[in-house]
Design a protein. Structure first.
Length: 136
């Protein structure tokens, strides 16, 4: 199936997609701040530039977009055009995520992964974060 949008229009659309300060990330950051936790953002000296870093607690929170990181929910639907490109792209993202997670854990960090769909639902998000932060 061919793409129905011109390459220029597709490029303009894709350029508006953020990699930092996404809505789910901002929601999690707001919740953490309300709970009294202070954090650093996107530390370049850590593998994968994690979204939220809590250095005092040696904990990291990764907020993954369901489409970009290949989650199994409805938000991670496969594009109808250029399927081979997107399959390769998402698989490489997943491979990179596994590698970065292993490197962070090997360095002594505890990591919580939160998916975009979980943030949208919002159910139990505060309890999950509190349990993660209070765990040794």
């Amino acid at each position: 199936m061919t793409d129905t949008i011109s390459p220029e229009k597709r490029s303009a659309l894709m350029s508006r997609i953020r990699s930092t300060n996404t809505k789910p990330e901002m929601t999690v950051r707001s919740l953490l701040h309300r709970l009294g936790y202070r954090f650093r953002l996107h530390r370049r000296d850590l593998p994968g530039r994690p979204d939220i870093v809590l250095p005092r607690h040696m904990k990291i929170i990764l907020v993954h977009g369901c489409f970009w990181h290949g989650h199994g929910c409805r938000l991670a639907s496969k594009p109808k055009s250029n399927g081979e490109y997107w399959s390769t792209k998402i698989m490489s993202n997943k491979t990179r995520d596994v590698k970065n997670l292993a490197a962070l854990e090997a360095a002594g960090w505890r990591v919580l992964e939160i998916w975009e769909c979980e943030v949208r639902r919002g159910e139990g998000m505060e309890e999950r974060i509190l349990a993660f932060m209070q765990a040794p």
